[in-house]
Design a protein around this ligand. Structure first.
Ligand SMILES: Cc1cc2nc3c(=O)[nH]c(=O)nc-3n(C[C@H](O)[C@H](O)[C@H](O)COP(=O)(O)OP(=O)(O)OC[C@H]3O[C@@H](n4cnc5c(N)ncnc54)[C@H](O)[C@@H]3O)c2cc1C
Ligand SMILES: NC(=O)c1ccc[n+]([C@@H]2O[C@H](COP(=O)([O-])OP(=O)(O)OC[C@H]3O[C@@H](n4cnc5c(N)ncnc54)[C@H](O)[C@@H]3O)[C@@H](O)[C@H]2O)c1
Length: 442
């Protein structure tokens, strides 16, 4: 065998490289190359950072619901919370770097470019590896209109020192709805320019519509089928042209029109690695068309949603495949998803839309506002749907509530392991708890 510097080299140190510790612990010589911050998008500019900004939203919403029994009002402080976000999030990259280094993983910093199937250039230094894993992720889409460079992206929003008084958000997907919720609760005047007439189109629409209606009551303006056609600047103010010749002036524009694969500038074309606008093509072992080069995480064109749990699952699969622990194709696990609006919508397994379109399933809807547990903090937007197959196995669940993420996580074992009624009865959740409330419905 050729004498490579490494057995396995990962390009990108986000969750798509989460398989590296498994390989290092198994004795493989492993390296990760990162051009920006170790931990990637989720840790530094995505999930974690956003959740810190969401903390005061949850708190003030709870206080609002409990108004009859809590004296005084809470006022979220953007600048203080942003400082807190930096204090919590900024050290994570170094912490992860130390953790990986202590596991024996070489952490290499710089821009990686594939030179051939076994050689990677990192800002002028060449390293060789038997196997390479591409985990380069996505970057924000820029809407194709004149003045697009005047708009900001999610990374900019998560670093705003001061919250602008007025924000226009283009798009109504995950980022648009989560950030509209945060900005509105912190006091900004928010307008959401929708592409069509649906928000959070990946989720059950009656639940998404309830969240749009609630945000509307809170002052967020939704413009359906906005047809945004351009941005212009006049001093510190910006104009968004939309609709049939209308304009909206604002302090800040957030382009939340999706994310696109990082496929340029690191040798994919030169090596003939196949990709398209959805990402890098992989087989069911996550190998690209160059068999010693794998791909994991958001950069792959697979059926898995572009979420952190998918990236981790794929990366760990590659590690197990390389180490010979499995030769089987990658499985199709249940990957849950949640939108961190308030209330949240979370789902796992067979969706309500899929279930209602087929006579294979039974959907049991529940109005959770009637549950005593949700009445404790006066939840008025709390709904759930459980999907059962013909043998009455739970195969899917969707919930809209303040605890939807925890509720769906609680149901995951029943869905993922196809637990029988007898097995379900053998699980006794502690009481009182969300898990107890959701589990007793099975
Ligand atoms: C605002 C926001 C909020 C999100 N919230 C959630 C959430 O709540 N839950 C959830 O599950 N998912 C969430 N996501 C999605 C989640 O962040 C991604 O699914 C996850 O980060 C994918 O991991 P990855 O390793 O594939 O890509 P990334 O985390 O993007 O990592 C790719 C890394 O590769 C590096 N890189 C790229 N090219 C090169 C090169 N040539 N050389 C060296 N390094 C390179 C990049 O610098 C980057 O660090 C969110 C995303 C965003 C943007
Ligand atoms: N809670 C979470 O798990 C979470 C949170 C944020 C982001 N993410 C991940 O990041 C990805 C990117 O988030 P996102 O919100 O940017 O993408 P998204 O796909 O969820 O939403 C994109 C939005 O932009 C709209 N759009 C597309 N083209 C447009 C155009 N030309 N004009 C106006 N609107 C247009 C779409 O209709 C949609 O509403 C998500 O798909 C998800 O994978 C996950």
């Amino acid at each position: 065998m050729a004498n490579y510097d490494y057995d396995v080299l990962f390009i990108g140190a986000g969750h798509g490289s989460d398989g590296a510790p498994l390989l290092a612990k198994a004795g493989y010589r492993v390296a990760k190359v990162e051009a920006e911050r170790v931990g990637g998008t989720c840790t530094n500019w995505g999930c974690n950072a956003k959740l810190v900004l969401d903390g005061p939203v949850e708190l003030t919403r709870q206080q609002e619901r409990m108004q009859s029994v809590v004296n005084g009002n809470l006022t979220p402080d953007w600048a203080a919370n942003m400082r807190y976000k930096h204090a919590v999030i900024d050290p994570l990259a170094n912490g992860l770097e130390n953790k990986f280094t202590n596991l024996g993983i070489d952490m290499l910093h710089g821009w990686a470019t594939l030179k051939d199937a076994h050689t990677v250039d990192i800002d002028g230094t060449q390293k060789t590896a038997d196997q390479i894993v591409i985990a380069t992720g996505l970057h924000p889409n820029q809407i194709d209109v004149p003045g697009t460079e005047l708009a900001h992206n999610s990374k900019d929003f998560l670093a705003l020192t001061d919250l602008p008084d007025d924000i226009v958000i283009v798009g109504s997907g995950y980022i648009a709805m989560e950030f509209a919720t945060i900005a509105n609760q912190f006091g900004a005047n928010v307008t959401v320019m929708m592409h069509g007439d649906r928000a959070l189109r990946k989720f059950y629409q009656p639940y998404a519509e309830a969240i749009v209606a609630d945000l509307t009551k809170r002052g967020v303006q939704f413009v359906p089928t906005a047809n945004v056609s351009g941005f212009t600047q006049d001093g510190h103010r910006f104009s968004v042209a939309y609709g049939d010749g209308q304009t909206k002036t604002t302090d800040w524009i957030l382009d939340a029109t999706g994310r696109v694969p990082n496929v340029a500038g690191y040798g994919l074309d030169e090596l003939g690695i196949e990709y398209d606008r959805h990402g890098i093509k992989v087989n069911d072992h996550l190998q690209t068309n160059v068999s010693n080069i794998f791909a994991a995480g958001d950069i792959t064109d697979t059926k898995y949603p572009n979420l952190t749990p998918s990236a981790t699952f794929q990366s760990k699969y590659i590690a197990r495949f390389i180490s010979g622990e499995t030769a089987a194709p990658i499985e199709d696990p249940v990957i849950p998803s949640v939108t961190f609006t308030s209330p949240r919508i979370a789902e796992a397994g067979v969706s309500i839309a899929e279930a209602t379109a087929s006579d294979e399933y039974q959907v049991v809807f529940a109005d959770l506002t009637k549950d005593w547990f949700r009445q404790v903090d006066h939840q008025h937007l709390a709904q759930q749907a459980l999907v059962f197959d013909r043998k009455h196995h739970l195969v899917g669940a969707t919930e809209m509530s303040e605890q939807a993420d925890t509720a769906i996580n609680s149901l995951l074992p029943a869905i993922a392991l196809q637990m029988t009624p007898k097995q379900i009865q053998s699980i006794i959740p502690l009481f009182p708890s969300i898990t107890h409330e959701v589990w007793k419905k099975l």
